[in-house]
Design a protein around this ligand. Structure first.
Ligand SMILES: Nc1ncnc2c1ncn2[C@@H]1O[C@H](COP(=O)(O)OP(=O)(O)OP(=O)(O)O)[C@@H](O)[C@H]1O
Ligand SMILES: [Mg+2]
Length: 299
């Protein structure tokens, strides 16, 4: 499978406004049809049968696919949705280019990018459901995508973006949100690596305290991370932290909110105990946690 970068460079430049028009019509009609009939594409693009050549190209580039056979009509793939999102972000002058992958995982692909003013950005493409068709990748049909997965990815992007817009202005250490389009969010770049993989830490207790304070502040502004782990915390050589990866957050009014917060914090404390050999958790940290959990907090 081509990497996103080479695919973007190769394919994005080959698409003209009419290709994007066809992609958009397919996208818009997926709520109405499981498979968008070509007559709908012909008429709603206003291109009539001229759309046929474009469909062929888009299919060849694997931006769309025909689950029931070429005659029956089309669905859009993740890569097709990527194209539409990137097109919107480029047209809005948010990004000018994509760089190297920063993280390619289960539910998202994360890339380095540049803003028109040269600032480094991060572009996160959600990929819900991808693992369920991993097995097809070997057969080079990996780009097939169920519309419900596309919708779930768009929802995740909305959720994460909403959290960042609440947290960042409150001074909580999260990436600064820059833009969102469809299943893609853009944030500022942070020069750090995952806390889970760093080999030395000069002030582990202070770092733990900083993370706990940020998680408690997040609760106060209405957000419980719910998947807090050493993989979702970035740290610089100066031991500045950033808490990332927020799509699954819940508000404090959620019936499980306290339970999720308790789990987040106790996992984190366990990690610090184990990896950094912290014997005693400072009482002031425990007090901070007890204040929001409104009960005794035992690890
Ligand atoms: N703002 C940022 N600055 C620098 N690097 C980032 C930033 N956000 C994310 N990354 C990098 O991308 C990786 C994945 O990001 P994130 O945790 O948000 O996605 P994820 O949903 O966990 O994706 P995956 O399923 O691939 O693990 C991070 O571990 C980090 O290396
Ligand atoms: Mg993550």
């Amino acid at each position: 499978m081509p990497s996103l970068i080479s695919y973007v460079r190769d394919i994005f430049g080959k698409l003209d406004e009419n290709h994007f028009k066809v992609l958009r019509v397919i996208e818009q009609n997926l709520a109405r049809y499981e498979i968008v009939p070509r007559e709908v594409i012909y008429s709603e693009t206003g291109l009539g049968e001229r759309a046929e050549k474009l469909l062929k190209k888009l299919n060849e580039y694997k931006l769309i696919w025909a689950p029931m056979g070429y005659e029956k009509g089309f669905c859009i793939n993740y890569y097709g949705l990527d194209m539409l999102a990137l097109k919107a972000l480029v047209d809005r002058n948010i990004i000018t280019s994509l760089g190297r992958p920063l993280g390619v995982g289960k539910e998202a692909d994360v890339y380095d990018a540049l803003a028109p003013d040269g600032k480094r950005l991060v572009v996160k493409f959600f990929r819900i459901g991808r693992t369920s068709f991993r097995k097809y990748e070997r057969h080079r049909t990996s780009l097939v995508t169920a519309p419900s997965h596309l919708a779930a990815s768009i929802k995740s992007a909305r959720m994460e973006y909403r959290a960042l817009r609440m947290l960042h202005p409150a001074g909580i250490k999260v990436p600064k949100p820059v833009a969102r389009n469809r299943h893609v969010i853009v944030t500022e770049f942070f020069q750090g690596i995952e806390l889970a993989i760093i080999q030395s830490l000069s002030r582990p207790i202070e770092v733990l305290g900083e993370i706990l304070r940020n998680a408690v502040r997040a609760w106060e502004v209405g957000v419980v991370h719910s998947d807090l782990s050493a993989y979702n915390i970035l740290i610089t050589p100066e031991e500045e932290i950033l808490i990332i990866d927020w799509p699954q957050w819940v508000p404090p009014s959620h019936p499980m909110a306290r339970e999720y917060l308790r789990r987040d914090l106790s996992n984190l404390i366990k990690f610090f105990r184990r990896k950094w050999r912290i014997e005693e958790i400072p009482e002031e940290y425990l007090d901070l946690i007890r204040k929001v959990l409104e009960e005794s907090f035992l690890i």
